[in-house]
Ligand binder design. Sequence first.
Ligand code: DC
Length: 219
Amino acid sequence: MINIAIDGPSGAGKSTLAKAIAKSLHIYYLDTGAMYRGVGYAALQAGVDVCNPGEVETFLNTIDIETIYKHDEQRVLVNGDNVMPYIRTPQVSKAASDISAHPCVRLKLVAMQREVAKQYDVVLDGRDIGTFVLPDAKYKFFVTADVQERARRRQAELIKGGIASDYQKVLDDMRLRDKNDSSRSLAPLKKADDAILIDTTSLDVDAVVALVLSKFSQE
Ligand code: DC
């Protein structure tokens, strides 16, 4: 199986890159952040305190999470419902980051991610794919950019999705999420030693995609 790991902080351009690579290589794309977002969203809906380990574990045992592909597009289903339309808000971003720190959540979702990687040729994007989910993946990339540039991109994305957003608030949220994601004890956001580092601050999407594809053509 071809497994490609793309990790990095939010707003660095991982998902755009991962989708383009998957399309170009005709393989699947697994957005692992969408899985944490799905659990975070469902927890918020159920009134669960996403920072409380006991509440989160009890909640996790009552829900059914699935990742499926429909028309080659990934969907996350919680108790059979497609949650994809609801998971891109700032509230869900924060809840996903908080809930992802609990080992019970990570271990459940990581097991699902490994199963997908075993069955399909797939590009996975996340925080811990190269270090924890698939430490033996042949291709690993760590994509990053200056936090101000990442906040600018995220703000533009939110506005495009109809969510009014203040730049300073987006920047503050992003710094907080970076800190949360990098400081949790199990599988924090971290570059794998053998991952190729790509700084996208002053690169456009096409340049980043070309750079990554050039690594495959060098084989
Ligand atoms: O990539 P994203 O912004 O959609 O991810 C949302 C949150 O999910 C992120 O703040 C941390 C968590 N996450 C994680 O802990 N591990 C992953 N592999 C992917 C996401």
